[in-house]
Ligand binder design. Structure first.
Ligand code: IPE
Ligand code: IPE
Ligand code: MG
Length: 244
């Protein structure tokens, strides 16, 4: 039987793709192989999200803290990132996916930065789904960057201090043109945010699953979306007001 798609499809899903290392250890493989399987899982989840009509998918691929890992693992992740971009961009383009990156990309080497720019340029006009890839991203970095941009406007006289409000901040946060995530999925069993989108997750529904990222398939996505469908999002109001 084909699984009926969830009743309520979140417009924006964000995923903390965690558990590659443990998956590899459990199977007796080196951690790097877990990351490779993780890249395959991502390819499948992107396709599943497109099929289900998700408008934006944001994935946490590399945090600003992940540079602290052993050099060989960081190197392997960078290699995999470059290789995946080479292999996947055309397929994503054909599927109507727009690719964007958030994070401080200056720390990456030149060929990788070039590929990232190319991927964004090639897919810029696609409208079926936006895939936001967070690399060298940190939620606190994002907020600090927004504060810097606003401060520059104030210093140059374009804006008064009293004009600064939540809307001004939201407009400076990375990829301000996409709505905040409706559903955050974290695989791998940890129940923490690990410095992901701190500003944007204010009213996001949080779904934690012990499934390790390389094992996360379309059926797991449907489970998360079913759970999301059952949530009552009150945004500070009371239940009775939502029925009005
Ligand atoms: C997530 O998997 C991938 C990255 C952080 C790049 P991990 O590598 O964190 O896997 P675990 O948490 O060690 O199992
Ligand atoms: C979060 O996973 C970052 C990514 C998935 C890219 P980590 O494995 O780095 O998180 P912690 O260290 O367990 O909090
Ligand atoms: Mg981890």
């Amino acid at each position: 039987m084909i699984h009926p798609y969830p009743a309520v499809v979140p417009k924006h899903i964000a995923i903390i793709m965690d558990g590659n290392g443990r998956w590899a250890e459990q199977h007796g493989y080196p951690r790097v192989l877990g990351h490779r399987r993780g890249a395959t899982a991502l390819r499948n989840v992107v396709r599943a999200c497109v099929e289900r009509g998700v408008r934006v998918l944001t994935v946490f691929a590399f945090s600003s803290e992940n540079w602290r890992r052993p050099a060989y693992e960081v190197g392997a992740l960078m290699h995999l990132f470059l290789q995946s971009l080479r292999r996947e961009v055309r397929r994503l383009d054909e599927a109507g996916v727009r690719i964007c990156f958030i994070g401080d990309r200056h720390r990456f080497d030149a060929p990788l930065q070039t590929r990232m720019r190319e991927a964004e340029a090639i897919t810029a006009k696609n409208e079926r789904m936006t895939l936001v890839i967070a690399v060298n991203y940190g939620g606190r970095w994002d907020i600090a960057e927004a504060a810097k941009a606003i401060s520059r406007k104030v210093a140059s006289g374009q804006m008064a201090v009293d004009d600064i409000d939540e809307a001004v901040f939201a407009a400076e946060i990375q990829w301000a043109d996409v709505p905040d995530p409706d559903l955050l999925i974290r695989t791998g069993g940890e129940q923490r945010i690990s410095n992901f989108m701190l500003w944007q997750l204010a009213y996001t529904e949080l779904y934690f699953t012990p499934v390790l990222w390389p094992d996360f398939k379309a059926a797991e996505l449907d489970r998360a979306m079913d759970w999301f469908s059952s949530r009552e999002r009150r945004f500070g109001q009371i239940s009775a007001q939502l029925q009005e």
